[in-house]
Design a binder for this molecule. Structure first.
Ligand SMILES: [Zn+2]
Length: 345
């Protein structure tokens, strides 16, 4: 059984633009988008979404899904390196409110993270930490990438090389790197490279302390960067220069968790836009097609035939890409994952 959405703006990658043709439909079933350039077919369920835009489900390239029920926390006004924040935070886990919040069942902690994402148009999340059982469930609110390698950071991971080697075939390996403005952060990329862990499937998280030379090396190696500007600005009072990564198609955006971020993906996109580094088209690619390519996710990130039917419905506008920067969860009318409504206002 297929569903045909008619009379809606279809938000395609910026190079294709926005499509609104009263004779054509976005047709999908539970597995994939079937067509965007045909009229509804006999037997289709028709959904008339006049006045609405259909956006591809966004990709959140970095979150810690079980940490989104904590308050935004820091223990000094500004850090030179996120390692200091980590060292400050660990003893706090024995204090309130963290003690009580840690007692919440893990499934609830994860669900809170899932719903945060879903309500900001995100349908695919890359989780950083072990893949907890609730994140493997097909009933989890959003798709969670199931195959990945990861290390916390050079500071907290004892055997970085072993972590790198354990990466499942075909998956990316991720590490928080250069999350600071000090000399330690500035030296981390060279350290990673010396360990042999800067390769095509390496994904760096943060990269605030990367030099121009470092950035060129990362791109030359075929690796990429996940940018979390609101967390960077909160903890470090600074964020990285991401323009080279964006131009190379090697930039994705992550919300990180609510422990350090402004909020959800809409908030993160606004924080990214406020830095003035990227056009709205580049920001859009960083949460859709570029994220999918960099993270080796095969069938998500765009509304083209063969891709997963993951999308959200919001009001139509004259510039749907720019409108994304004004959205809050209240603008979303529905979010579909796998062709099924997962959230409806
Ligand atoms: Zn993180």
């Amino acid at each position: 059984m297929a569903t045909a959405i008619i009379n809606a703006q279809i938000v395609l990658p910026p190079e294709f633009g926005v499509r609104l043709d009263p004779n054509l439909a976005l047709r999908f079933d539970s597995r994939s988008i079937l067509s965007i350039d045909r009229p509804p077919q006999r037997g289709d369920t028709i959904l008339d979404l006049t006045g609405r835009a259909i956006y591809p489900g966004l990709i959140n390239a970095h979150d810690h899904l079980e940490l989104n029920h904590y308050p935004r926390s820091k223990f000094r006004p500004v850090y030179a390196n996120a390692h200091q924040w980590g060292e400050d935070f660990l003893p706090q886990l024995a204090e309130e409110p963290y003690v009580s919040l840690r007692r919440q069942p893990l499934s609830e902690q994860c669900t809170i993270g899932g719903i945060k994402n879903l309500r900001s148009g995100v349908t695919t999340v890359v989780h950083h930490n072990p893949l907890h059982p609730p994140l493997r469930s097909p009933d989890f609110p959003v798709r969670v990438v199931q195959h990945y390698g990861w290390a916390h950071s050079l500071h907290f991971e004892k055997n970085v090389r072993a972590s790198f080697r354990k990466t499942p075939r075909g998956a990316v390996w991720m590490i928080h790197l250069a999350e600071g403005t000090d000399d330690i952060a500035a030296g981390e990329l060279r350290q990673l490279h010396a360990l042999g862990c800067l390769q095509k499937h390496t994904v760096l998280i943060h990269g605030v302390g990367l030099s121009a030379e470092d950035r060129q090396l990362v791109i030359a190696q075929g690796a990429g960067l996940v940018w979390c500007p609101s967390t960077n600005l909160f903890l470090l009072g600074a964020t990285g220069d991401v323009r080279d990564f964006s131009a190379a198609g090697k930039l994705a955006i992550g919300t990180d968790s609510r422990l350090t971020a402004d909020g959800d993906m809409f908030d993160e996109l606004r924080a990214a836009a406020r830095t003035g580094q990227l056009s709205i088209a580049a920001l859009f690619r960083a949460v859709t097609t570029d994220a999918a390519t960099m993270l080796r996710l095969r069938n998500v990130g765009t509304l083209l035939p063969g891709y997963a039917p993951d999308f959200f419905v919001a009001p139509a506008s004259s510039d749907p890409y720019a409108a994304l920067l004004s959205f809050t969860p209240h603008n979303l009318e529905a979010v579909y994952v796998g062709g099924q409504v997962r959230y409806q206002r």
